[in-house]
Design a protein around this ligand. Structure first.
Ligand code: APR
Ligand code: PHB
Length: 394
């Protein structure tokens, strides 16, 4: 098989790229290791920046999003048993975010691609890429028990953190930057209406907690837990009691979450990671394949979308005009924005979580920083601008 752009991975990055290329008249094939049901039920984050929403609409995947997505004009920060609202439109000149689960984005993109796009193969596991720095790289993959090859003009690795595409950049040409955190998140999905209108991010002496939502009847909740935690050690009652304790404020001591059946519990590690450059020869990396952020800033999906928006435009210009200028600047263009998001995600994470080794002095510094956000329009605007998303590179 031959295609213009071979896309490895059918997560949000690979699927959105395939749609944007389709609309620009550029051919592609998506190879996804897992089956469709697995990809569609994988629980991930759920905050979309305006630019991500716009790209999904442009890709033709805006219909259900516009019906079911919930526009959020702010978040609530809780710390020192007090509560403070960050008003996004007031602080950013009108910007807001949308709450719409990544799993739903993926379902919408898969349905579109299967109905009117290029090939999307499930159960197609890529094992390697040959000839990255030649004019026609070859993707090797296994499909239905057979070894196959896909010859491409360009290959894009959208295969996430555990993918194989990163290895196409020779170790001598690539630099990795990484930080791991001394805590994880226990994430639960509950059939319980959120009693809060907006997301609540809580710093507490018991550790971080986050209240998010999936719909008016489903809550998505997170608790900071030690690395290596077994979700089986957390009974439903323990989860709810701990959430209530971490969200407690003096002004409203009776504030309690509404409880309901917990339908899933999982533990997520926290990591920051960047691989540079995001390109070698005719192989490009996009999304989690190139960079990971801890989820506290809600940036993972949005960074993945930004990468493929830049790349789709560059590949379209290449096809239309023959110019490779935008492809040549892809890695530098994306990395500048990636590092901004890395900084913000790390800032949110280290400001809101309690490192088990941190001193009382460091806790005071966190509270002083949060107090600054609550009392200075400049500090609040800095948070709001980053959270709602910085402009896409032109
Ligand atoms: N061959 C084919 N597909 C592969 C291979 C392989 N060797 N390795 C991994 N994949 C697939 C995975 O099964 C997954 O469906 O690549 C896809 C990568 O998807 P994601 O991990 O969702 O990464 P990405 O599309 O970059 O989206 C980033 O996902 O992890 C979150 O927080 C992150 O929200 C962000 C988003
Ligand atoms: C989510 O809804 O899953 C979510 C929201 C905000 C975050 C992380 C996750 O920062």
């Amino acid at each position: 098989m031959h295609t213009t752009v071979g896309i490895i991975g059918g997560g949000p990055a690979g699927l959105l790229l395939a749609r944007l290329l389709h609309n620009a008249g550029v051919g592609s094939v998506v190879l996804e290791r897992r089956d469709r049901a697995y990809v569609e039920q994988r629980q991930r984050a759920g905050i979309l920046e305006q630019a991500t929403v716009d790209a999904l609409r442009e890709a033709g995947a805006g219909e259900r999003l516009d019906r079911e997505g919930m526009v959020h004009d702010g978040i609530e920060l809780r710390f020192g048993r007090r509560s403070h609202r960050i008003d996004f439109p007031a602080l950013t000149g009108g910007r807001s975010v949308m709450v719409y689960a990544q799993t739903e984005v993926v379902k919408d993109l898969i349905a579109l691609q299967l109905s009117e796009g290029g090939p999307l193969l499930f159960g197609a596991e890529v094992t390697g890429i040959d000839g990255a720095d030649t004019g026609s790289p070859v993707v090797r993959y296994l499909h239905e028990g057979r070894a196959e090859t896909l010859t491409c003009d360009y290959v894009v690795g959208c295969d996430g953190f555990h993918g194989v595409a990163r290895d196409a950049v020779p170790a001598s040409c690539r630099t990795t930057y990484e930080r791991t955190y001394p805590y994880s998140w226990l994430g639960v999905l509950a059939e319980a209406p959120p009693v809060y209108d907006e997301l609540v991010y809580a710093h507490s002496e018991r550790g971080f907690a986050l209240a998010s939502m999936r719909s008016p009847s489903v809550s998505r909740l997170y608790l900071q837990v030690p690395n290596g935690t077994d979700p089986g050690d957390w009974s439903d009652a323990r989860v709810w009691d701990e959430l209530d304790a971490r969200f407690a404020t003096d002004a409203d001591p009776g504030w309690k979450l509404e409880r309901g059946p917990i339908t899933s519990k999982s533990v997520l590690p926290m990591r920051s990671h960047v691989t540079e450059p995001m390109r070698h020869g005719r192989v490009f990396l996009a999304g989690d394949a190139a960079h990971i952020v801890p989820p506290t800033g809600a940036k993972g999906l949005n960074l993945a979308a930004a990468d493929v928006i830049v790349l789709a435009r560059a590949l379209a210009v290449r096809q239309e005009t023959g110019s490779t200028g935008l492809l040549d600047s892809y890695s530098d263009t994306c990395l500048r924005r990636v590092w901004r998001a890395e900084h913000f995600s790390s800032f949110m994470t280290t400001t809101l979580h309690t490192d088990p080794a941190q001193s009382a002095f460091e806790t005071r510094l966190q509270l002083a920083q949060l107090d600054r956000v609550a009392t200075s329009a400049h500090a609040a605007a800095e948070l709001a601008e980053n959270y709602t998303g910085l402009p896409l590179p032109r």
